[in-house]
Design a binder for this molecule. Structure first.
Ligand SMILES: Nc1ncnc2c1ncn2[C@@H]1O[C@H](COP(=O)(O)OP(=O)(O)OP(=O)(O)O)[C@@H](O)[C@H]1O
Ligand SMILES: O=C(O)[C@H](O)COP(=O)(O)O
Length: 408
């Protein structure tokens, strides 16, 4: 694929033009505090280049998964406040996405300033499966750019989404690839061609069905898949164990059973935890105990028990596997690392990644946040990707709508 680059756009001249930029500002929050500003920092260079060149920049972004209507807890306000603190240019936030506030503030935007539109997912058309419906939203976004607009996709974390602000706007405006997307693709490409073996993939997190879908294509490609986080309970259930009150996607059990069957003949080994940290409730101060993975209901919390981390034996086994690898890709925390008591598995995996002599990539908003909040530095890893699902789907070899739409 070949793309028009941001540098080409700048060379064409952007002074006074409205440039629509899709950024990934989907950062983890604790109330209104941004707990990891990695994605915001990663978005700054492109915005800086455009504002330095005199563009009037309209940023679209999402935060979380609101249900197609405004919801205060998903407002971009905290992310934009952090962006404004870090930026050398003026940044403001519209109260809405394509409504009166967005129109008014866009009209008064000056050269070299940035206006962020409120969460694109506050409008149900953004994520609609219906092309025409998404199209009407894209038309309204594009209308904000006036007569001579252009579009830059810099949201690597969202390139796997066929959403209006990622895909449809690119069919309506001259479109360019942002530097962040470019860099991410260059690094991840190394994981798809001539991958050095053993190739170990570590998967966790809470978006269980999203990540299970990815495994389908890793079977036969990865030598070992270490299963932690929320998805481990669907694996345990697939092996016939009770998981009490833990995160479980029952409809995915047959899918996992199929994976386990296929992996055996395809040279991919799944490693599922043998012990689990089980808590009485989902809280930082919950009582907890470590139990065998096949005995979760036997914990003193009975059917109320919730598995919130992999146990220490499993963490040590995962670390061992990682240390024997030549290539490691990790997406999704091993447990609820936000609570100290359940951060042990994630810490052990992160530590192992910093010690192994291998090409290591960490992908995902929360995974990146986890390594940083647990005290690791970015340069201890080969690459920390801003993309979670996007990096996984890239590795799967899937067509990513946000990339293919930019292909000239
Ligand atoms: N056993 C568990 N039960 C419930 N939640 C869990 C469990 N293990 C991990 N999590 C949660 O998973 C969340 C992160 O999951 P997620 O799938 O979003 O990962 P990610 O790295 O951000 O990837 P992406 O960028 O695709 O979102 C964390 O907030 C963590 O608390
Ligand atoms: O967190 C991510 O991976 C990206 O921001 C995409 O978010 P989504 O999975 O809600 O589309």
């Amino acid at each position: 694929m070949t793309f028009h680059t941001l540098n080409e756009l700048i060379a064409e001249g952007v002074r006074g033009r409205y440039i629509l930029v899709r950024s990934d500002l989907n950062v983890p929050l604790d109330g209104s505090t941004v707990t990891d500003d990695g994605r915001i920092k990663a978005s700054l260079p492109v915005l800086g280049k455009l504002t330095d060149a005199g563009a009037r920049v309209l940023v679209t972004a999402h935060l979380g998964r609101p249900k197609g209507a405004p919801e205060e807890k998903y407002s971009l306000r905290p992310a934009v406040a952090r962006l404004a603190e870090l930026a050398a240019f003026k940044v403001s936030l519209a109260q809405d996405t394509v409504g009166g506030s967005a129109k008014e503030l866009a009209a008064s935007l000056q050269d070299g300033e940035v206006l962020v539109l409120e969460n694109v997912r506050f409008d149900a058309r953004e994520t609609s499966k219906d092309d025409a419906e998404r199209g009407t939203f894209a038309d309204e976004l594009v209308a904000l750019t006036g007569a001579n607009g252009a579009y830059v996709d810099d949201a690597f974390g969202a390139v796997h989404r066929k959403h209006a602000s990622v895909y449809d706007v690119a069919t309506r405006l001259p479109s360019y690839q942002g530097d962040l997307v470019h860099t991410e693709v260059e690094v991840l490409r190394k994981l798809t061609a001539d991958t050095q073996r053993p190739y170990v993939v570590v998967l966790g997190g809470s978006k269980v069905s999203d990540k299970l879908a990815v495994i389908d294509n890793l079977i036969g490609k990865a030598d070992t898949i270490l299963v932690g986080g929320g998805m481990l309970f669907t694996f345990l259930a697939a092996e016939g164990h009770s998981v009490a009150g833990s995160l479980l996607e029952e409809d995915q059990i047959p899918v996992v059973q199929d994976y386990l069957k296929r992996a055996a003949g395809a040279g991919t080994e799944f490693i599922v935890p043998t012990d689990v940290v089980v808590a009485g409730k989902f809280a930082a101060d919950a009582d907890y105990e470590t139990v065998p993975a096949d005995g979760i209901e036997g914990s003193s919390f009975g059917a109320q028990g919730i598995g919130l981390d992999i146990g220490p034996d499993s963490a040590a086994a995962f670390a061992d596997r990682i240390k024997g690898a030549k290539t490691v890709f990790w997406n999704g925390p091993m447990g609820v690392f936000e609570f100290e008591a359940f951060s042990g598995g994630t810490r052990a995996v992160a530590q192992a990644l910093t010690e192994v002599d291998a090409f290591t990539v960490v992908g995902g908003g929360d995974s990146a946040a986890a390594v940083r909040t647990l005290g690791f530095a970015d340069d201890q890893f080969g690459h920390i990707s801003t993309g979670g699902g996007a990096s996984l789907e890239y590795l799967e070899g899937k067509e990513l709508p946000g990339l293919s739409v930019l292909d000239r």
